[in-house]
Design a protein. Sequence first.
Length: 256
Amino acid sequence: MAQGPTACAVEEYRSGYPRFCALLAANDNFFICRRFLRLRSRLLLLKQDKISQLEQTLDDLDQNETAPLSLGESRSDGNTARISLLTELSSSLEDYDSFVERTSKMLSLRPALSRDVSSLQKWLRAKGCISRSERKYLDNHLELTSLAYSNDSALRQLEDWIEDLFIDYYKGFRTHDLSTDPDMYIYSGSLIKTIARTVMLMLITTVLLMPVVICIFTNSVWARVCVIIVSTISYLLVLSKLTDMKTTKLILAGAT
């Protein structure tokens, strides 16, 4: 896990938001917040409907225009209602476009991992730094998102799995540079990433070379064909499950 800079141990900050924020700053994956999808959809529909009403009003003004020449020359348009309406439309569309862009960006963020949410909830229940009402945002599991960027979800899952193994079976692995609490664990080294990358490379090498080894010891042509088909399908299934590859990239991966 990647950690953000912190001046001192979490417990050195005063209880309350100072200590809770120090905890969040100690681990990038703790930067978890709500996306407020229901509210965003409500506001999006309202903004959309407002523009639709303005659009209809503009169409009515154009249809009922008594000076047809002003419809073909905006410079000589003396209809103040239409000019005012177009100004309002421009402002409303600018607000709408900005909101759509922000919503799209929010939807593109990856969901928060239940592991990280659970860690924060357990810490808050044990320490009680934040009131119950103000930590309820962590109960909205379906719309929680993580601001921490991860370009390799498969590697992140493997890192978490390896880290859990070390925590459970090797107590000496725990480090407390960011916390003086013996019950609190925040890893800040590079060992986990190194082991995870090594294991991942070994798995990829095994998956890619295993069909070759099997084909070497198989004389039947049909058996070799079946091995190639099964191994290719299995490889693509693993890629699609562990990564966010698009269909075109999966096709290229299968072709190569």
